[in-house]
Write a new protein. Structure first.
Lengths: 348, 260
């Protein structure tokens, strides 16, 4: 049953470019897909460890800049009169480096903040994102500052024996994003269902008890932060090579908020939650564009979020799943069994 | 008892919270395979002693040694890795998970496979996972919670939650188990079954240190009893000795009764 739904959902998503010819809508779907990957990575921390990263866009932006700079090359002066010159590499190398370096940043942020956690982690991540934004804005020699990095090459897939395939069209990029999103989804699903995922859940539910059975808090949370940051970095790289121009505005706080909204509305701690929430809030601007000015749209997002959480307080996916199972088992054997159990316990 | 080798040594441990002395100069030992109870009136320092032994609290003075390893400076999860596992008075379960999943979390120490193997679903990781599930079922059967396996742990009765707590601790493969008031909230027949469980745990070679208020239960199950009052050890010995110790009677029943 579950497998059939999954296959149908993937098939439906894969079929979209075959019947959707409107480039504007396809573009919206691609950027939404990229943000869904970001939201999934945020959910790994927020939903499965309970740690709120309010600077999550930093890892996304670092991925974007690393990938762009790797494929564009740079020439910067270092203290002592040295110069660091990097010749352009293929974008696919940038993609890999984006994952590695974003993950490394996740490691340091985790190491710094997980000894204290909670509010401290929120503050450290906000500050981290702001510091990275200021660096991107002011290190003009490397990042062009507000002038933005332009002409970022599209991703080219090396095809052994044939050459390479440069992904220029929207359709190609759509499939690229879809494949990366599926890999990220599978990775997170495997992780969550492994013994490592159980350690994360244990820590979130009852840290003292988790520690007492031998779970290492700092290590578990740091690994989660590394993987989360690495996936966000991959999303950032996709973004850079698709949009082909990035400026420090990518680090804006509002982008983190968008990801948080996607996770919360879809349902944190649910694997499909960020996908559902991401699709809703990614495509809402498209639906609202004919009727509302962009400024007014933010108010509408707030309204939609409040409406969702009012009706489905745990987020769309967990709340609906709960209703579904309750309805299925509600009328059947549950009530008599519960009665029989209490009856059996009384004389004891 | 004299031939037993010593598992844990508590050597001149003191704990002060500011001016308040929670424990002063506490020394005793627990032998391998022994069931020792730590008793005393409310506020005598029993739970504080537990917290010191499991690394949740650093003593102001003195040292705790377990199987020749000094516990000073070790984090709670590192102490758990030595095989010293505790249960808690209040927060004894992961409330939102099923009882079965609770045990799988508790089996953490047995389930350490390389993360990359788990993600890629390598045979080693899968076999380890099967082993864990098998072990979780065995543990459920041992403590008698099979029927509750798929209920959320938070929905269980208080007494049953205590049992889940003990099963969780057993899942961590202890060589010594510290039980903090395990039968509080249990009715008489549940307590009776729990005593049987404690004995069966000991029969598997696990040393047990028990903090408990239920005197009949303590008297039945313990090999030796250590009595604390106001952070001090006032008596130590077998249940028979403790039952007739004037200092103990006085601590529990008051001065007049002690003489009576």
């Amino acid at each position: 049953m579950r497998a059939i739904i999954t296959i149908l959902a993937v098939a439906a998503l894969a079929s979209v470019p075959l019947w959707l010819r409107d480039p504007y809508l396809l573009n919206a779907l691609i950027t939404t897909g990229i943000f869904v990957i970001g939201a999934m990575s945020l959910n790994l921390l927020l939903g499965f460890t309970g740690q709120l990263s309010l600077g999550h866009i930093a890892f996304f932006g670092i991925g974007a800049y690393v990938s762009a700079l790797t494929s564009l090359g740079f020439d910067i002066g270092l203290p002592g009169g040295f110069r660091l010159v990097h010749a352009p590499w293929p974008p696919i190398a940038g993609f890999v480096l984006a994952i590695l370096i974003a993950g490394l940043c996740g490691y340091f942020v985790g190491l710094l903040s997980f000894r204290v956690r909670g509010a401290y982690f929120v503050i450290v991540t906000i500050s981290f994102a702001e510091v990275v934004r200021l660096v991107a804005l002011n290190w003009v020699e490397l990042t062009q500052g507000p002038l933005a990095l332009t002409n970022i090459p599209s991703i080219a897939l090396p095809l052994p024996g044939i050459g390479e395939l440069t992904l220029r069209t929207k359709m190609q990029n759509y499939y690229l994003v879809l494949v990366v999103a599926l890999i990220a989804y599978l990775l997170i699903a495997r992780l969550v269902h492994s013994h490592f995922g159980r350690s994360m859940r244990g820590l979130m539910e009852n840290e003292t008890l988790a520690v007492s059975v031998g779970i290492d808090v700092t290590r578990t949370l740091t690994i989660a932060a590394v993987i989360s940051a690495a996936i966000a970095g991959a999303a950032g790289s996709l973004y850079a090579h698709y949009i082909r121009i990035i400026d420090p505005e990518v680090f804006a706080f509002i982008n983190t908020v968008t990801m948080v909204i996607m996770v919360i509305s879809g349902g944190k701690g649910s694997l499909t939650g960020p996908v559902v929430g991401g699709l809703i809030f990614g495509l809402l601007p498209v639906a609202l564009r004919p009727v509302m000015a962009p400024e007014a749209q933010w108010i509408a997002y707030g309204g939609v979020l409040i409406a969702i959480l009012f009706v489905l307080p745990r987020g769309i996916v967990p709340s609906l799943a709960q209703r579904f199972t309750r309805r299925r088992s509600g009328a059947t054997a549950l009530a008599p069994v519960a009665l029989a159990e209490t009856a059996a316990k009384e004389p004891a | 008892m004299t031939a037993r080798s010593i598992a844990m040594t508590i050597d001149q441990v003191a704990v002060r919270f500011g001016g308040l002395v929670a424990i002063s100069d506490m020394s005793f030992t627990v032998g391998e395979g022994e069931i020792v109870s730590l008793i005393g009136p409310n506020g005598a320092g029993k739970t504080t002693a537990f917290n010191v032994m499991t690394g949740f609290l650093t003593p102001s003075a003195g040292r705790v040694t377990y199987r020749n390893t000094a516990l000073a400076g070790l984090k709670p999860h590192e102490i758990a890795d030595l095989g010293l596992i505790r249960t808690f008075q209040r927060t004894s379960v992961f409330p939102n998970d099923t009882v079965y999943d609770n045990l799988l979390i508790g089996l953490h120490r047995q389930g350490r496979v390389r993360l990359i193997d788990a993600i890629l679903g390598f045979p080693g990781a899968r076999a380890s996972e099967r082993g864990l599930r098998q072990r979780a079922s065995e543990l459920l059967e041992w403590v008698g919670l099979e029927r509750r396996a798929h209920d959320a742990a938070g929905s269980l009765s208080y007494g049953e939650q205590r049992l889940v707590g003990v099963a969780l601790a057993l899942a961590a493969e202890p060589s010594m188990l510290l039980l903090d008031e395990p039968v509080s909230g249990m009715n008489a027949s549940e307590t009776h079954r729990f005593v049987e469980l404690i004995r069966s745990i000991r029969d598997r070679g696990i040393t047990i240190l028990l903090v408990e208020h239920d005197m009949p239960m303590v008297m039945t199950v313990s090999d030796r009893i250590v009595v604390l009052n106001y952070g001090r050890i006032i008596a130590e010995g077998t249940p028979d000795v403790i039952r007739n110790d004037p200092a103990v009677i006085e601590a529990y029943l008051g001065h007049g009764a002690g003489r009576a």
